[in-house]
Ligand binder design. Structure first.
Ligand code: C2E
Ligand code: MG
Ligand code: MG
Ligand code: MG
Length: 292
C-alpha cells in the first residue's frame, strides 16, 4: 500500500513537473510568436508633478494582447522573457515604440512629455545597449533629456563593475536614470551616489498604507529626505488616494504615479487624458505634518 502511494506520489510529481515545463515552453513559443505577430503593445501611465499637478511624463508598460487569452500583464511573461533572453527583443520594441509615440504626440500638439522605460538586468548587461539607445534617439528624434531608464536595485548590485561603466555612458548621452521599486532591494546609499542616479521611485508597498501606518510613514519620510540630501528627485509609486498624495506632498515628494490619476492606458486614451487633465496644484511642505 505504502509503496503504491509512494509510486503514485512520484507519478504525480513527475506529471506536475512535466506540465510546468511544457507550459513554460508553450508560453515561450507563444511569446516568440507574439513578438513577430505584433501582439505586444505599450501602455502608458501618467507621472504627475506634485506641486504643479501637471502630467509631465509617462511610464511605458508593456502588455501582451493574446488573441485567445486577451490582455496579459507583464508580471506573467517578463520573468520568462528575462530567463530566455527574449527580453532583449521585447525591451528593444518597448523602447522604440515609446520614443516614437512621444515624438508623435509632440507633432499632434500635446505638451512635451518625458518618457520612462523599464530596463531589465539582462538588457543592461547586453553589449549592444549603448548603440541601441543612440540609434533609437536618432531615429525617433527624441531629445535624450526626455528619456529616463528605470532600473531595479538588484540590477545595480548584480554586476556592479560592468554596470557602473555602462550607466556612466548612458548618462553621457543625456539620458536620466531612475531606481524602480526602491526599498524592496538591498542597494546602499553609496551605490546611488556612485551610479549617478537621478530619480528614486518609492515602491508602492511603502505607499499603500500611508498615511496611517507609522512605520511606512517614517520610511517614506526618511527615503524622501535621504534622496533629497543626495540630490535625487523622488517619485512615489502606487498612489491611489488623496490622503496618500497629501501626505507625500507634505513630505516634499517631487512627483507621483498611481491609479489616483490613472491606470496605464493605451496610447490613444493616454493622449485624451493628457488633453483633458486639469492640474490640481499641491503646496510643498504644507503645515499638515500629519498626525504623527
Ligand atoms: P513597475 O515598473 O514598478 O511598474 C509599476 C506597476 O505598478 C505597473 O504594473 C502599474 O500598472 C502598477 N501600478 C501603477 N499605479 C498603481 C496603483 O496605484 N496601484 C497599484 N496597485 N498598482 C499600480 P504592470 O504594468 O503590471 O507592470 C509590472 C512590472 O512589469 C513593472 O513594474 C516592471 O517591473 C515590469 N515591466 C513592465 N513593462 C516592462 C518593460 O517594458 N520592460 C521590463 N523590463 N519590465 C517591464
Ligand atoms: Mg517601472
Ligand atoms: Mg515600480
Ligand atoms: Mg516592479
Amino acid at each position: 500500500e505504502a509503496k503504491d502511494a509512494g509510486r503514485n506520489t512520484f507519478r504525480f510529481y513527475r506529471t506536475a513537473l512535466t506540465d510546468a515545463a511544457n507550459q513554460r515552453l508553450e508560453i515561450e513559443n507563444r511569446l516568440r510568436h507574439a513578438l513577430v505577430q505584433n501582439e505586444l503593445e505599450v501602455f502608458y501611465q501618467p507621472q504627475v508633478h506634485m506641486t504643479s499637478g501637471k502630467i509631465t511624463g509617462i511610464e511605458a508598460l508593456v502588455r501582451w494582447r493574446d488573441p485567445e487569452r486577451g490582455l496579459i500583464a507583464p508580471d506573467v511573461f517578463i520573468p520568462l522573457a528575462e530567463e530566455t533572453g527574449l527580453i532583449t527583443a521585447i525591451g528593444d520594441f518597448v523602447l522604440r515604440e515609446a520614443c516614437r509615440q512621444v515624438v508623435e504626440w509632440d507633432r499632434q500638439g500635446l505638451p512635451p512629455l518625458e518618457v520612462s522605460v523599464n530596463l531589465s538586468a539582462r538588457q543592461v548587461a547586453a553589449p549592444g545597449l549603448l548603440h541601441q539607445l543612440r540609434q533609437v534617439l536618432h531615429e525617433s528624434g527624441l531629445p535624450a533629456q526626455r528619456l529616463t531608464l528605470e532600473l531595479t536595485e538588484s540590477t545595480l548590485m548584480e554586476q556592479a563593475d560592468t554596470t557602473r561603466g555602462t550607466l556612466q555612458q548612458i548618462k553621457g548621452l543625456g539620458i536620466a536614470l531612475a531606481i524602480d521599486d526602491f526599498g524592496t532591494g538591498y542597494s546602499s546609499l553609496a551605490y546611488l551616489k556612485e551610479f549617478a542616479i537621478d530619480i528614486l521611485k518609492i515602491d508602492q508597498t511603502f505607499v499603500r498604507d500611508l498615511p496611517e501606518d507609522r512605520n511606512d510613514a517614517e520610511l517614506a519620510m526618511t527615503i524622501i529626505d535621504m534622496a533629497h540630501n543626495l540630490g535625487l528627485d523622488v517619485l512615489a509609486e502606487g498612489v491611489e488616494t488623496q490622503a496618500q498624495r497629501a501626505f507625500l506632498a507634505a513630505q516634499g515628494c517631487d512627483a507621483w504615479q498611481g491609479y489616483l490619476c490613472s491606470r496605464p492606458l493605451p496610447a490613444a486614451s493616454l493622449a485624451r487624458l493628457v488633453n483633458d487633465h486639469e492640474p490640481e496644484p499641491f503646496a510643498r511642505r504644507t503645515p499638515v505634518k500629519a498626525a504623527m
